[in-house]
Ligand binder design. Structure first.
Ligand code: F6R
Length: 605
């Protein structure tokens, strides 16, 4: 949440920082701003409410020059989106500037104290206290001043500070992510890797409590007490094009179409040569646990719901998904025989990270199902299963969801084989089904245009009910979430059998049902439920398997998907659901890549 970019080096810093901000706009788009300067000269600032395009226009009128710059794209927490609340924040004398991501929990007492000491505040933000605190503690060395300021501050955040006469930037991290990019005679700082990809792949991930002094020749990292920390330089294997639109109108549609290739990557090299098991390169022993707790938020939690069923069915191990934001506050029961699986695209979602820490406190063994390397969760788990989805820039998750589901399928096969609940023949059969899935998603994508009539219909209503049974209850939740995020329509999801216990009251000619109903064990019951909808004038749009004309007969419109094992059908039905959300969003004129109020990588509680 909130994108941070900084640069020190020989080039015009504001141009590079602006480019980096564009690449991080998915982290927040309420306002944006840049400070640029040459050491010794004045700090010049341009900042505007609105998206980066607004800032860009302002910069055309008032260009910034200088070899040092820092910039920010904001997802508002304290203070509405406005020019004044936009970052960077400067002290009254214009000597110190900061950008900040996260929340300063004790900002009110700090602000009161600083105001009493004569500081004047220009914004309503919590962030601004940092600039004034750094000024107060400034005895000549900027990094010392930042360290002293941070000792007074509570919360989860990341910050970068500049001082008008200093040739370096000072960055600090307390939970929120930050990565330093090492170039040739130039150094970058950013809250996420995609900002750095066009410039360098050599990076240092900052850790909690790090204070980094960033100079053109490199980075020096200390802890909060000023003790130097040895850093590891890592190389990122994502290529720059992976984070570009590459001719597609939106990232979302590009990422939906990448899914067959993403599945190949998730599976890549992970099927055992004998074809009856999965190789995951994990230290954990699947026979040591008697329970799996899956910790995740949003779409990742729905992938977790699919995972829960897969683990129970294939490996006969009790599994449950816990909404990460609730988990740590409800005194959960976990112990050494619990495996806690944290699922996250960004690896930075604070709710998931804190839930993971709670599970660790209880003694659980931990595994991450993650996309971003070097992320906070990656560093804190015992083992990681990377999904290899590549950078996901569209704010609504698509390809990462499918890759997470695929990763759970791999895990379930591995656990089933290790725990003796899947025979070698069954393992072989599952793997051969998994190998088919990229092709099945390809076929589902070829039917993109079948979604149009359903999208036309949904664009006319205000509320939609998604229903699914068995493993596709999770699909219904995910389909409804995608629709509401992208189109701003009200969408709710229920297990199909639950409909008659209340939600059926919503059904009328203006509240249609999207039935996620690929062929499965409970098809006859699903058909009865669809009849109940139609008996009440409800329209039914059904996602059904190619080989199932019975269900199709009970729908007003159908979206057909290639047939596959019921337990793998969440992978296939994801495609029409995502395309539907996308097409409805387009028809309603929504910004599908950056839906209102949202941000990717949610680093505040
Ligand atoms: C929905 C969406 C969010 C994320 C959630 C978790 O489209 O993108 O619900 O899935 O914020 O994010 P990660 O996976 O980064 O932990």
């Amino acid at each position: 949440m909130c994108g941070i970019v900084g640069y020190v080096g020989p080039r015009q810093a504001a141009d590079l920082v602006l480019d980096g901000l564009r690449r991080l706009e998915y982290r927040g788009y309420d306002s944006a701003g840049i400070v640029a300067f040459d050491p010794g000269g004045p700090l010049a600032v341009v900042k505007r409410a609105g998206k980066i395009a607004v800032l860009e226009e302002a910069l055309k009128r008032s260009p910034l020059s200088g070899r040092v710059a820092l910039g920010h794209t904001r997802w508002a927490t304290h203070g509405r989106p406005s020019d004044g609340n936009a970052h960077p924040h400067l002290t009254e004398d214009g000597r110190v500037a900061i950008i900040h991501n996260g929340i300063i929990e004790n900002y009110l007492p700090l602000r009161a104290r600083l105001t009493a000491a004569g500081h004047t505040f220009a914004s309503e933000t919590d962030s601004e206290v940092l600039a004034h605190l750094i000024e107060e503690h400034d005895r000549g060395d900027l990094a010392d001043a930042v360290r002293a300021a941070l000792r007074e501050v509570d919360g989860a955040f990341a910050l970068v500070a500049a001082r008008q006469d200093a040739s370096e930037l000072v960055a600090a991290r307390a939970t929120s992510p930050m990565v330093v990019g090492l170039g040739e005679g130039e150094t970058f700082i950013a809250s996420d890797v995609p900002a750095l990809l066009p410039y360098t792949r050599r990076v240092v991930f900052l850790q909690d409590g790090d204070v980094a002094t960033v100079r053109p020749e490199g980075v020096e990292v200390t802890d909060l007490d000023g003790r130097p920390r040895e850093v590891t330089v890592e190389t990122i294997d994502w290529d720059a094009e992976a984070a570009e639109k590459g001719g597609w109108p939106h990232y979302m549609i590009k990422e939906i179409y990448e899914q067959p290739a993403v599945l190949q990557n998730t599976f890549g090299g992970r099927f055992a040569e004998a074809g009856d098991d999965v190789l995951l390169d994990l230290d954990l022993d699947p026979t040591e646990f008697d329970r799996v707790v899956i910790l995740a938020a949003g779409t990742a939690s729905y992938a977790g719901l699919v995972g829960e069923t897969l683990l129970e069915r294939l490996a006969r191990i009790p599994a449950e998904v816990e909404v990460a934001s609730e988990f740590r506050y409800r005194h959960p029961v976990v112990n050494e025989r619990t495996l806690a699986v944290a699922v996250s695209q960004s690896g930075e979602t604070i709710d998931t990270l804190e839930a993971l820490r709670e599970a660790k406190r209880g003694g659980a063994r931990t595994l991450g199902i993650l996309n971003a390397k070097g992320s906070s969760i990656a560093r804190e788990v015992d083992d990681v299963l990377y999904i290899h989805a590549g950078p996901e820039i569209g704010v609504a998750s698509t390809k990462a969801y499918v890759a997470m589901v695929a990763a759970f399928a791999l895990l379930a096969v591995r656990f089933g084989r290790a725990r003796g609940t899947l025979s070698s023949d069954e393992g072989r059969a599952w793997i051969s089904e998994l190998r088919r899935t990229p092709g099945l998603l390809e076929e589902a994508l070829e039917r993109h245009e079948h979604v149009h009539p359903v999208a036309e219909a949904l664009a006319e209503v205000r509320s939609v009910l998604y229903l699914g049974r068995g493993i596709n209850v999770a699909s219904a939740y995910e389909g409804a979430l995608k629709l509401k995020e992208i189109s701003y329509l009200h969408a709710e999801a229920y297990p199909t059998g639950e409909m008659k216990h209340g939600p059926i009251a919503l059904i009328d000619a203006d509240t249609p049902v999207v039935a996620v109903a690929p062929k499965g064990a409970l098809q006859a019951k699903t058909i009865s439920n669809l009849q109940e909808v139609r008996a009440r004038d409800g329209r039914v749009y059904a996602i059904v398997s190619d080989n199932d004309s019975d269900t199709a007969a009970h729908a007003d419109l159908t979206l057909r998907v290639p047939a596959c094992r019921e337990l793998l059908s969440p992978l296939v039905v994801a495609v029409p659901m995502q395309l539907l959300a996308y097409e409805v969003g387009l028809r309603l004129g929504r910004d599908v890549d950056q839906p209102r109020n949202l941000a990717k990588s949610v680093t505040v509680e």
